[in-house]
Design a protein around this ligand. Structure first.
Ligand SMILES: C[S@@+](CC[C@H](N)C(=O)[O-])C[C@H]1O[C@@H](n2cnc3c(N)ncnc32)[C@H](O)[C@@H]1O
Length: 195
């Protein structure tokens, strides 16, 4: 029994980059940064069991569109339940790597990511995949759109700032989460601002 719990925790950390689902405090801190007063095109990446998805669906207006990108189909039942429970909301689920989904420039007003960016560093490819992912996020965001990302230990801040060509707009610390997390907010500036 203990061995099974240990194996599950180890798998969660190495594959998904977390121990348990994000807390309500982290979810509210991050989703609270989105201005839902008008229709939005939103991309949520790495939904897992839908901690953020549930809150976004609740807050978005029926004219908004939410694309949920989760590479693992094993989480589909949680997301599909949220979709069937909210038939008035426009939600689509994509089981693929986010780099495959982000093919249209400037499509999204908001990108909210739970991607374990730190894990992408360990790929022995000189961070090529990590940088490809952040480039894809920037490409898919409209000018003025907002990219929200949580990370532990303030990791990958410099990678994001370098690819977006500007400092982070703000960073919030959320202590009540396992692990305590930093919420990054980055708005996309015009192309000429890039380093
Ligand atoms: C840290 S978990 C977050 C789960 C949930 N959003 C939360 O915060 O509780 C990261 C999720 O990202 C997914 N993921 C990892 N790499 C991905 C990729 N390249 N494209 C899309 N999803 C990915 C994992 O399968 C995992 O469900």
């Amino acid at each position: 029994m203990l061995v099974k719990i240990y194996r599950n925790i180890k798998r969660n950390i190495t594959e998904d980059g977390l121990i348990v689902s994000s807390s309500g405090f982290l979810v509210k801190s991050m989703v609270g940064k989105i201005d839902f007063s008008r229709p939005l095109r939103i991309l949520e990446i790495g939904s897992g069991r839908g901690a953020f998805t549930r809150e976004i669906i609740q807050r978005m207006c029926p004219q908004s569109q939410l694309d949920v990108c989760e590479i693992k189909a094993e989480y589909n039942p949680w997301i599909e339940q949220l979709m069937t429970g909210n038939p008035d909301k426009q939600v689509r689920l994509h089981n693929c790597c986010v780099t495959e989904l982000l093919t249209e420039a400037g499509r999204y007003d908001v990108i909210l990511s739970s991607l374990p960016l730190k894990n992408f560093e360990g790929m022995k490819d000189n961070n090529a995949f990590l940088h490809r992912v952040i480039e894809a996020l920037r490409f898919g965001l409209r000018d003025g759109g907002i990219y929200l990302q949580y990370q532990y230990f303030r990791s990958n801040k410099a990678d994001i700032e370098s690819i977006f060509g500007k400092p982070m707009d703000n960073i919030n610390f959320v202590a009540l989460n396992i692990l305590p997390a930093f919420v990054y907010s980055m708005t996309k500036g015009a192309a000429e601002q890039r380093a």
